[in-house]
Design a protein around this ligand. Structure first.
Ligand code: EPU
Length: 451
């Protein structure tokens, strides 16, 4: 398995929910999106399972020498790569033949503690296998992870957490190596920064430590709470996940479970913004509105109509005559506005009547997309960690390049709102995190195709 090339890996055929084999071609690695903008989006769209929740859930399955079943698994490129990483470690990973969104992970024979670098370096979340392997086998080796180019993305918080739990940390070749032959021991672990995957990694290791671990300054994102919920169902004893202090009472063993991946709040947010931008009316189903408080609050503040007809549905609309008010937003850790919705919101603010400010507080380099947005005619300037947006501007179709998952989503949004034709290259970034984005947009009346 380790000998497979990255290209071969993305070519493995795994069924997509709509019956198309998930291959490199189906995922459109080398293709572009063509959008004819200016159409009002209307109708119903269903949110898929969350990319940032399914990947740590897949790693968590490594902790039990049994089968774990995950439901609501999105058909995206990152889950394919993660599945290959698990296979390389000795797990059997299979789609349920009857339900393409169900993934079965049999981790009985996991014995390899070395994650394959070629795969690990293609996505950030891969690094969470380290905590799971440390918990299961007492040792783990993994190269620094890859992922989007959005600023510095160190792993010092992860490694310091493992060290606090008693693991020795070293470097062998391109990999970090963590070892705890005598087992991990519970302690108080202070995280320098409430890193999302850092908290998940420490959690995955701490569930098997002797005694109690308290993680202080933990990330409170729903994807952390969801992982803890799954681990508890596997037999772990975790309290406080979803807050900044998490307590973990270590257990001797974990068992397999069945777990449903939470809806993707970032995908739902992207559709909410698309509805507002196109003066449309979109019902977003299978969503948890509470996970989107910060976004929905801002959208209402600037003049978008957002209703919550029930606990899992959002209705987002804007009348063609409704002007948007300018505002300030800041991307901060949860429950603040997600940094992943910063670029999509910036596109919406190009339509607000006046000057808006977008502050990025999580990453040091998440404004590269501004140059692409200017090609649509948007007026945006960067001043340090702030983007200043003057609106409203009439957007016109452009030829642009997706720079990462969320910057790519922002360009799709701009293309939907713009007059004329937009062509977006490097669409594979979108395929990493959005399940069937163009199919869903077409279902709402957009003219979008892969070329
Ligand atoms: N940081 C450190 N040291 C560390 C880890 C992080 O200084 O050891 C800093 C980073 O440099 C960054 C900040 O902490 O400035 C935030 O990083 P964090 O570790 O919280 O992010 P992450 O866990 O790598 C996850 C999501 C990202 C999302 C961020 C912030 C996954 C797989 N990724 O990344 O999602 O932007 O949390 O919420 O869960 C995306 O989905 O497009 C995406 C990039």
């Amino acid at each position: 398995m380790l000998a497979l090339t990255a290209v071969a890996i993305v070519c493995l055929a795994v069924p997509l929910p709509h019956g198309v084999p998930m291959t490199a071609a189906a995922l459109g690695r080398a293709s572009r999106l063509r959008i004819v903008g200016g159409r009002r989006l209307e109708g119903v769209v269903r949110t898929s399972g969350a990319k940032n929740a399914v990947l740590p859930a897949m790693a968590a399955a490594l902790l039990a020498p049994e089968t774990t079943t995950l439901e609501n698994v999105p058909a995206i490129h990152d889950t394919l790569v993660m599945a290959e990483i698990l296979r390389a470690l000795g797990a059997r990973v299979e789609h349920d033949p009857a339900r393409a969104d169900v993934l079965q992970i049999d981790a009985r024979d996991v014995c390899c503690h070395i994650a394959p670098s070629r795969l690990v370096t293609s996505l950030r979340a891969s690094f969470v296998v380290m905590g799971a392997l440390l918990g299961r086998l007492g040792r783990a080796a993994c190269a620094p992870p890859g992922g989007d180019v959005i600023g510095q993305r160190p792993v010092d918080v992860h490694l310091a957490g493992f060290a606090a739990l008693g693991a020795s940390i070293g470097r062998e070749g391109d990999k970090f190596v963590a070892q705890a032959p005598g087992g991990l021991r519970g302690t108080r672990v202070f995280l320098d920064y409430p890193s999302v995957t850092g908290t998940q990694n420490v959690l995955l290791a701490a569930v098997r430590a002797r005694g109690t671990t308290t993680i202080v300054n933990a990330a409170a994102e729903p994807e952390v709470a969801s992982l803890a919920e799954m681990l508890n169902r596997m037999g772990a004893r975790i309290r406080g996940a979803g807050t900044h202090t998490i307590e973990v009472e270590g257990v001797e063993a974990l068992h397999g479970t069945r777990h449903r991946v939470i809806p993707d709040r970032l995908e739902a947010g992207t559709f909410a913004i698309a509805a507002a931008l196109t003066c449309g009316e979109v019902e977003i189903r299978d969503v948890r509105p509470r996970h989107l408080d910060a976004l929905l609050c801002k959208m209402r503040e600037i003049g978008v109509r957002v209703e919550e007809p029930d606990a899992t549905t959002l209705l987002v609309s804007r009348a063609p005559s409704a002007r948007l008010r300018p505002t300030q937003i800041q991307a901060v850790p949860y429950p603040g506005l997600a940094t992943d919705l910063q670029a999509p919101m910036a596109v919406l603010l190009t339509q607000a009547d006046g000057v808006s400010f977008v502050h990025e507080r999580v990453y040091d380099n998440r404004f590269l997309y501004l140059a692409e947005l200017r090609k649509f005619g948007a007026e945006l300037v960067q001043a340090g960690s702030t983007a200043v947006i003057t609106g409203p501007t009439r957007l016109t179709g452009a030829s642009v390049r997706a720079l990462d998952v969320r910057a790519g989503a922002a360009l799709v949004l701009a293309g939907l709102a713009a007059e004329g034709e937009t062509e977006i290259s490097d669409v594979y970034h979108l395929d990493r995190g959005y399940e069937d984005l163009e199919g869903k947009l077409r279902g709402l009346g957009a003219i979008v195709e892969r070329v």
